[in-house]
Ligand binder design. Structure first.
Ligand code: SF4
Length: 389
């Protein structure tokens, strides 16, 4: 049965906006795009809209070339190209969260040129520590609730609490999938783990929760020795030797072919810090009387990406803990070309890995134009070194 779940999610992520079109046709509700995992999806959902994540796609740039410099990341350039070309016409509006410089400028260009009905910015604090920053975040989320309410319809506390419960459930289930995978990476290949997370950002969360529950039930059966082996595209041909556990670091990871290549080469990304991966799992909003306070706590205490700063939260130390906890023996950095936050992050994290004797490889990627065989040679060389160590 979970094979059906995986095929369904695979179809969905292969054509991410057709689900939103069908949902819109069925419910008559509004569809709101967003780019970043910090977006308060609970508020959009509580207003009766469908939040849908935009992650760009493999395409040759045309219209967006006149608006964005070629040294912006391909996530921004291909996303804008899709918007200008009408490929995102299912969206009624878009929510931009204050993260990197590219996203901030993209938000302005999008507002002026993409032609959607509605446009919202959620200006998160750059520095995620200190009482005044936290209070500011609380106020900004409250303001977002009021502003979206004017367009989507008012969001009352009860609706918001219900949405928080649904989204919390989703994060708990995703976390459980990651836990099972750390226990035995053979239970589900890494591309399918990331695909399951990606599906949660483009479909109704309650529907995704139901599919995830079914999938987790099958994974647990497999782990306890029952049920057939995984039927993924990856596992055809079955591995002969144990794969080397790796940890992935990067921003958006929706290019399954990179992950398949790592698996084919004899490694497996057992855990990750991708913004379309494990950063979407785990951190739940503590349920309490004030739902805006709950969402504030979730964002404040959740995983931070390199776009945010907190002197009291050492990112390298945090990643080292996650890497060792996952049993990973090496790290792959998937660095989007022209992504400044992750590029600034890299030397600090790399130094910490070197000091702890953890081998790593830096791979530059972008949507549409990366040679998999060239990357594979480098990954194979790393794995070879690790096997010989
Ligand atoms: S964080 Fe990096 S990959 Fe993400 S939008 Fe900004 S520049 Fe692009």
């Amino acid at each position: 049965m979970s094979v059906d779940v995986l095929s369904r999610l695979q179809d969905l992520t292969g054509d991410p906006y057709s689900y939103a079109r069908a949902w819109k046709g069925r419910t008559g509700g509004k569809v709101m795009g967003f780019y970043c995992h910090y977006a308060p999806e609970e508020i959009i959902h509580a207003a009766g809209a469908l939040p849908v994540r935009i992650t760009g796609e493999n395409r040759v740039i045309s219209d967006s070339g006149a608006h964005l410099q070629s040294y912006c990341c391909s996530l921004a350039r291909t996303g804008l190209d899709m918007a200008l070309g009408g490929d995102l016409d299912v969206l009624d509006g878009t929510v931009f969260v204050h993260t990197c410089d590219t996203m901030q400028r993209l938000s302005d260009i999008w507002r002026l040129d993409a032609g959607f009905d509605a446009h919202f910015d959620v200006v998160l604090p750059g520095r995620m520590e200190g009482d005044s920053s936290r209070e500011y975040l609380y106020q900004e989320l409250g303001s977002f609730r009021d502003r979206t309410g004017e367009y989507l319809g008012p969001v009352d506390d009860e609706a918001l609490k219900r949405s928080i419960g649904i989204h919390n459930r989703n994060r708990v289930l995703l976390e459980e999938m990651y836990r099972l995978r750390r226990q035995d990476p053979g239970v589900l290949p890494s591309d399918e783990v990331l695909m399951v997370v990606a599906a949660s950002a483009i479909m109704d969360k309650e529907e995704h929760n139901a599919l995830l529950e079914e999938l987790l039930g099958t994974l647990e059966t497999r782990l306890s020795g029952g049920g057939p082996p995984p039927q993924s595209s990856l596992c055809k041909g079955e591995e002969k030797e144990e794969k080397i556990r790796l940890f992935g670091i990067g921003s958006v990871m929706d290019q399954w072919e990179f992950l398949r290549m790592v698996e084919d080469a004899g490694g497996t990304i057992v855990d990750d810090d991708f913004c379309t991966g494990h950063r979407c799992a785990g951190a739940v909003a503590p349920e309490g009387p004030d739902p805006i306070e709950s969402i504030t706590a979730r964002i404040w205490d959740g995983a931070l990406c390199p776009c945010k700063h907190a002197m009291s939260r050492d990112r390298a130390g945090y990643l080292l803990e996650r890497i060792t906890g996952s049993g990973a023996k090496g790290v792959l950095f998937f660095q989007f070309k022209f992504c400044e936050p992750h590029a600034f992050d890299y030397p600090h994290v790399k130094k910490a890995l070197d000091e702890h004797g953890i081998p790593s490889l830096h791979l530059e990627i972008e949507q549409g134009s990366v040679s998999i065989p060239r990357l594979r040679t480098r990954v194979e060389a790393l794995l070879e070194t690790m096997r010989g160590a």
